[in-house]
Design a protein around this ligand. Structure first.
Ligand SMILES: [Zn+2]
Length: 248
């Protein structure tokens, strides 16, 4: 009887030690195991260290906390695909433009993006900032306003993501998204050799993809109109850092 009691205690102790290792243990192997088991997840990257200042706004905040933005889980890779059909230049040029802009958003937010390759999927939107679909990878594509009505007028692009509530905490997280760039606007930018403008407009739409809203300040790239800002400014960068600190 005492023998059985002792082995029971030993078993229980081993289980406690194993659990403790899983939760607090160091090392990549344990982090990988925690991910597989879905416990104590770790962010895949670290947001940039940026000087404070400027202004930013979020597209959505949590239903029970209007200070907390809806964001992507920093513990999961964001898969994306590119449909270069309609982009100016070669398919390789389109791919290089997108990968370069995504790398900047990834550096600022700490969010990890994985390129899944070219696709012939077409963009589809439910409304401004809210693309259609739930489970597909993020789609970056070019279209005209005949196909995507959100591009009507002088709109050079649209971007946004789909938020769903998951888990017992009811927390909202983005699960997929799209960026659709206006074919005609990009043809004009190509004619003007305006590589900076092409990149900046894409960055603005990627800002929406990860959760940034427009701001009133024309100094920020998230101002509603493109005024030649060139790149994310101070407020944009601070907003992106916040959006990289969502719940896993
Ligand atoms: Zn916008």
């Amino acid at each position: 009887m005492a023998e059985r009691w002792r082995s029971g205690v030993a078993l229980l102790l081993s289980a406690v030690i194993l659990l403790a290792m899983l939760f607090v243990g160091p090392g990549n192997e344990l982090a990988a195991l925690r991910r597989v088991l879905g416990i104590g997840q770790d962010p895949l990257g670290t947001p940039a260290d940026v000087p404070p200042g400027g202004v930013y706004a979020f597209l959505q905040t949590q239903p029970d906390d209007d200070e907390a933005p809806v964001a992507w889980s920093p513990c999961r890779e964001i898969r994306y695909e590119i449909n270069p059909d309609g982009a100016p230049g070669s398919d390789d040029d389109a791919e290089a433009l997108v990968e370069d802009a995504i790398a900047e958003v990834s550096d600022l937010t700490g969010l990890r993006f994985t390129y899944g390759g070219r696709t012939d999927r077409r963009p589809s939107w439910e409304s401004d900032f809210v693309p259609a679909g739930r489970k597909e990878p993020v789609l970056v594509a070019w279209a005209d306003s005949g196909e995507v009505e959100e591009l009507e007028g002088d709109v050079a692009g649209v971007g946004g993501a789909v938020a769903v509530s998951s888990g017992p905490d009811g927390w909202m997280r983005y699960v997929t998204g799209q960026v659709t760039l206006d074919e005609d606007a990009y043809a004009d930018l190509e004619d003007d050799d305006d590589d900076e403008g092409a990149r900046a407009i894409l960055l603005h739409e990627l800002g929406h993809l990860v959760g940034l809203d427009h701001v009133e300040s024309p100094a920020e790239l998230m101002f509603a109109d493109y005024l030649g800002q060139g790149d994310f400014s101070t407020g944009d960068r601070n907003g992106l850092v916040r959006l990289g600190q969502g719940r896993c």
